[in-house]
Design a protein around this ligand. Structure first.
Ligand SMILES: O=C(O)CCC(=O)C(=O)O
Ligand SMILES: [Fe+2]
Length: 319
């Protein structure tokens, strides 16, 4: 297959149903329930094989977590000088615009309502956007809950003590990223809007509007599209979980190809470790000797700045 050909027939990204595990009206299902145990096995098998899976949430809540798309035309319509004010001290958090068709804005620490308010204030200083803060806050709560749930499943599946899971979750930094891909200039011709890469973070959860474009590379080299629906979220593992799992979990290789003239919007939750990621002792044995030194996540991100190539995690902390 060539670069732009893809496998739409056989391979599909595994789908895991979270509608009974996470919803707005009840608390997260208990880890001894049969749907939890089944989903946990599916999640970890998919992460080892594909580095990703599609999580489906309850249809009944779809209006709630799709509200955020209602503000994005207006948000990205602001002049570039305003978007450029979206900056943070830590790398890979603020506004970026790597090419003519793609731009992104970021909200660091979106579980803190003040952080969302400060971001909204850059664009609507008089507080005159009726829905943005509320919809971003509601969205962040849903995806952070999904991320915590999957993280618990991963620690449990590999038999790592719950106290390490809680301290890992406590040390997780969240960033909400809003992306726009503009197909208009391409006159309907397929083009690469974001080249093939893995994410440097721990996990990424992506939800999007109705315009397809995200693709995942599977083991045989074929590209498999993420088929969108209003209640599906793709969950990907990045370099951080490759290190944590001592190479059991794969980082997901993905790209964005646009062929539509319509605008694609995606909303991402990206997670980083605020300290050091170490391989748990439960994941080191004769078949899996230790492959990584502890990874200081912020230093890893900082090491990428000013480079015109990607510092890969094996070179950064591989043994
Ligand atoms: O916007 C998307 O759907 C993917 C973005 C992405 O892969 C990234 O920012 O690393
Ligand atoms: Fe990515």
């Amino acid at each position: 297959m060539g670069v732009t050909e893809r496998n739409t027939q056989e391979a599909k990204i595994p789908v895991v149903d979270f509608s009974k595990i996470i919803n707005h009206t009840s608390s997260t299902s208990s880890s001894s329930s049969s749907c939890w145990v089944e989903a946990r096995a599916q999640v970890c098998q998919a992460l080892e094989e594909y580095g990703c899976f599609v999580a489906t949430l309850s249809d009944a809540d779809a209006d709630e977590y799709n509200k955020i798309f209602g503000s994005l035309d207006e948000l990205f319509g602001f002049p570039k000088e305003i978007k450029l004010q979206n900056t943070y001290d830590k790398p890979f958090r603020g506004y970026h615009s790597p090419n003519d068709v793609h731009e992104g804005l970021g909200i660091d620490d979106p579980t803190n309502p003040q952080a969302i308010h400060n971001f909204a204030n850059l664009f609507w200083p008089n507080g005159n956007h009726p829905n943005f803060s509320e919809s971003a806050d509601g969205y962040a709560k849903v995806v952070v809950r999904l991320d915590e749930t999957v993280t618990r499943m991963i620690f449990e599946h590999y038999g790592v003590d719950n106290k390490w899971c809680e301290s890992h979750i406590g040390a997780t930094d969240y960033v909400l990223r809003l992306h726009k891909y503009d197909g208009a200039g391409a006159a309907g011709e397929e083009h690469m809007a974001l080249p093939e890469h893995t994410d440097m973070n721990l996990t990424t959860i992506i939800h999007q509007n109705h315009v397809n474009g995200l693709e995942v590379k599977i083991a045989n080299g074929d590209w498999v599209p993420f088929d969108v629906s209003p209640n599906s979220f793709i969950f990907m593992t990045g370099d951080g979980f490759q290190v944590w799992s001592n190479d059991r979990i794969k980082p997901c290789v993905h790209r964005v190809m646009m062929s539509d003239k319509e605008v694609r919007y995606s909303v991402l939750l990206s997670t980083f470790h605020s300290g050091t990621i170490s391989v748990p002792e439960e994941l080191i044995d004769d078949q899996h000797p230790l492959r990584y030194k502890p990874l200081n996540h912020l230093q890893y991100l900082a090491s990428q700045l000013g480079q015109n190539y990607r510092v890969c995690v094996n070179n950064f902390c591989g043994l």
